[in-house]
Ligand binder design. Structure first.
Ligand code: ATP
Ligand code: MG
Length: 158
C-alpha cells in the first residue's frame, strides 16, 4: 500500500523512546514522504536498525533518525554514537548469522539475523542500504526507497 513513511517512523520512534531511558532518540523529517511498500516489513526494517543502534551503544548516547526526500528517493538515516564496526567486517555485515566477534559484541549478544532481514526487505522494495562506521565513534545506516508516484486519473464525461 502507499503510506507516509514519516508518519510510520514517528510512531515507531515514540514507542522505542518510551521504553529506553538510557538513550535519547531524535527525529528529524519533513513529511509527508509517500512510499509504496509493505507496512509490516518497513516497521521490521526500522525496528531492527533502531534496536541495533540502541544495543550497540552500551554507554547510551544520542540516536538520530532523519528522513528526507533526496532526488525523489525517500532517504532514511539512522546514526548512533556506539561501538562502531571494524572496517574488515563491513563486507560481511549483511550476511545471515554474521556477527562482529570481539570482547564488546560478545557481551551484547544476538543471532546475526537482523541486518540480513533488513537487506532482504530493502531488496524487495527496490531500495538500497549502506553503512558508514568508525570504531569507538559510531555508525550510520542509510536506506533509500523510490518515492511513490501518485497517478491522477482524469475522467471526461461527454
Ligand atoms: P539479531 O539482530 O539477529 O538479534 P545481531 O544484532 O547480532 O542479532 P545483526 O542485526 O544482523 O545481528 O547485526 C550483525 C552485526 O553487525 C552485529 O552482531 C554487530 O556486530 C554489528 N552491528 C550491527 N549494527 C550495529 C551498530 N549500530 N553498531 C555497531 N555494530 C553493529
Ligand atoms: Mg540486530
Amino acid at each position: 500500500s502507499t503510506f507516509d513513511l514519516v508518519q510510520l517512523a514517528s510512531e515507531l520512534i515514540d514507542f522505542h523512546d518510551a521504553s529506553h531511558t538510557t538513550h535519547q532518540l531524535m527525529f528529524e523529517a519533513e513529511g509527508p514522504i509517500m512510499i509504496d511498500a509493505d507496512t509490516e516489513k518497513i516497521k521490521q526494517l526500522l525496528n531492527n536498525l533502531l534496536s541495533n543502534a540502541i544495543k550497540y551503544s552500551p554507554d547510551g548516547g544520542d540516536i538520530m533518525i532523519q528522513i528526507q526526500n533526496r532526488d525523489n528517493f525517500a532517504e532514511i538515516t539512522i546514526r548512533d554514537q556506539g561501538i562502531g564496526i571494524p572496517q574488515e567486517s563491513m563486507s560481511k555485515l549483511f550476511d545471515k548469522f554474521y556477527r562482529v566477534d570481539n570482547s564488546e559484541t560478545r557481551k551484547i549478544g544476538g543471532t546475526g539475523l537482523g541486518l540480513s532481514i533488513c537487506k532482504e526487505i530493502v531488496k524487495h522494495h527496490n531500495g538500497t542500504i549502506e553503512v558508514e562506521s568508525t570504531v569507538g565513534i559510531g555508525s550510520t545506516f542509510t536506506i533509500r526507497f523510490p518515492i511513490a508516484v501518485i497517478s491522477t486519473i482524469l475522467t471526461y464525461e461527454e
